[in-house]
Design a protein around this ligand. Structure first.
Ligand code: CA
Length: 233
């Protein structure tokens, strides 16, 4: 038996904490709760969670900034919980490092399904990395186990989803994928189906790995179809 996965709920609404916590415990998770960013930081100092549920409006600050700073240190999956439905596409698309979101009120079963999908994908990734840990494409080195990318010897910070997208494409180099295939492969379920997200992520990857992002040599657009990671041995 594997040890239970750890989830931290950062949320200040007592009812939501209570219901969500108890539900996730019945699903077999080890659950921590924080009612403020300060409490969250204290927990994160001593615990490495597998999954973070983060409310955006907390009594001592803004969840977005917290999300960004957590992402700089960790590749943990972050799901944003917000009442502000309008903001959320922007938040996800623009790269504060969140992996997913739900708007309140939300369904516990849906939350559980998403957590499971994210955790399974992380497990699968961890499995494949054991085989072959560092792969190189010219000046780009990808350490699959450490979720790290180096370009010209410099470590590049990348949120989990960016890394997974790059990783997926390099695993299938020279193969063309449509945006919707990439969404399926990396995000893995349809609820989160905005294909513009892919374009945003591709631009961010190019900014990070290409010498000249407007004339990419690795991440190529195949007009009318999608994208490929181009590499000749
Ligand atoms: Ca709140």
């Amino acid at each position: 038996m594997n040890p239970p996965k750890k989830i931290i709920i950062i949320e200040d609404e007592k009812d939501i904490i209570f219901i969500t916590k108890n539900f996730l415990i019945t699903q077999g998770y080890e659950v921590y709760t924080a009612r403020s960013l300060k409490e969250a930081k204290d927990i994160l100092n001593s615990t490495e969670p597998d999954f973070v549920i983060l409310d955006l409006m907390l009594p001592d600050g803004d969840g977005i900034e917290f999300c960004q700073s957590l992402r700089e240190k960790s590749n943990v999956t972050i799901l944003i919980l917000s009442a502000r439905a309008n903001d959320i596409d922007k938040i996800l698309g623009l790269g504060f490092g969140a992996d997913d979101y739900m708007t309140k009120p939300f369904s516990l079963n849906e939350l559980a399904a998403r957590i499971q999908a994210h955790l399974r994908r992380m497990d699968r990734l961890a499995e494949t990395v054991k085989k072959d840990e560092i792969i190189s494409f010219g000046k780009i080195k990808i350490d699959k186990k450490a979720y790290s990318v180096w370009v010209d010897g410099e470590l590049i910070m990348m949120p989990a989803k960016e890394f997974e997208l790059l990783h997926f494409m390099t695993e299938h180099k020279n193969q063309v994928f449509t945006k919707s295939q990439l969404l399926d492969a990396v995000w893995g379920y349809e609820a989160y189906g905005d294909e513009n997200t892919i374009a945003v992520y591709m631009n961010r990857l190019r900014d990070k790995i290409e010498e000249n992002p407007s004339q990419p040599i690795y991440i190529k657009t195949v007009w009318g179809v999608g994208y490929k990671f181009s590499w000749k041995e």
